[in-house]
Write a protein that binds this ligand. Structure first.
Ligand SMILES: [Zn+2]
Length: 293
């Protein structure tokens, strides 16, 4: 099979309404070296079967080109995927996306979840994030996004920390910390807590500019005291925090289960703000879903 040429930014537009071209573009991201390989064992000798099916010469696994990849989660055509990516980069609402693409709300919503998971899976701390500690593992069954979120309470809602390293930001899971920990620090050690809807964030803590979590209605928000002095991250007018807050407000009704998906999306957008996001996202979507066991 010939090595497929990867079109540049200028050509991206030409893919959006041409399914054959869009598919060729996505296949070039699926198999960057040009030749297909087995998504299960990585073996490079595969046979073509009827239709689009392929079979691994080594482990005999039968697969389709996008099997086991994030893009396999969603009933979109190749050009619809690329148009959705563009709308996502433009931060359109789900309603606008559904209108533009002529797809159902659920189809768009599921595909967006796949995009967000693909982003999160490319973060440095992906392995830590797709785990029981965040509950994100419950969305995945094998390499498919078919599960649902589990219920979360004060002692299971995870805490995230914001770290700045020069121009970059990292939203880290803070191991061993839950919402309960921050309430405890607030009550007993006067750690400043600020509540904005279901979002709760703190003053500076160790190397973090702030700790935060997204709560739900089960939490005792009424114990949070009021302060005259703003916490560190508001006082320094942190660039990422200002960028993130506008967007967090727009994610109205965001659940504690999905919160890390949105925070890693913001981390990704912020850290790649000078880059062309559609190409990066197309490559992320074509990557293999990592095994979580
Ligand atoms: Zn194989």
């Amino acid at each position: 099979m010939p090595i497929l040429d990867a079109p540049g930014t200028a050509d991206f537009e030409s893919l959006l309404h041409d399914d054959d071209k869009a598919r060729e573009y996505l296949l070039a991201r699926t198999w960057p070296l040009g030749d297909p390989f087995c998504p299960r064992c990585g073996h490079r000798k595969v046979y073509s079967l009827s239709g689009e099916r392929l079979r691994c010469a080594s482990c005999k696994y039968t697969f389709q080109p996008f099997s086991g990849r994030w893009i396999n989660n969603g009933a979109l055509t190749p050009s619809e995927w690329l148009r959705l990516i563009v709308l996502f980069v433009e931060e359109r609402s789900v309603h606008q996306m559904k209108e533009e693409l002529g797809l159902s709300y659920n189809t768009v919503y599921k595909a967006l979840t796949a995009i967000r998971f693909a982003i999160l899976a490319h973060a440095l701390d992906a392995r830590q994030l797709i785990s029981q500690a965040t509950g994100l593992d419950s969305y995945l069954k094998g390499n498919r996004l078919t599960g649902g979120p589990r219920e979360m309470r004060m002692d299971t809602i995870p805490v995230y920390g914001i770290l700045r390293r020069e121009e970059l930001v990292f939203v880290d899971l803070v191991p061993g910390f839950q919402a309960e920990t921050l309430f405890h620090f607030h009550m007993n050690f006067h750690l400043k807590l600020i509540r904005s809807g279901n979002l709760v964030y703190t003053d500076r803590y160790k190397e973090y500019d702030a700790l935060m979590f997204c709560g739900n209605d089960s939490l005792p928000y009424e114990i949070i005291r009021r302060y005259d002095e703003p916490p560190h991250i508001d006082a320094v007018r942190d660039e990422f925090w200002e960028y993130a807050q506008v967007r967090i407000k727009k994610f109205r009704g965001i659940s504690c289960q999905r919160f890390p998906l949105y925070m890693k999306e913001l981390e990704f957008r912020f850290n790649n703000r000078d880059k062309s996001l559609p190409e990066i996202l197309a490559a992320y979507l074509c990557a293999l879903v990592p095994s979580t066991d």
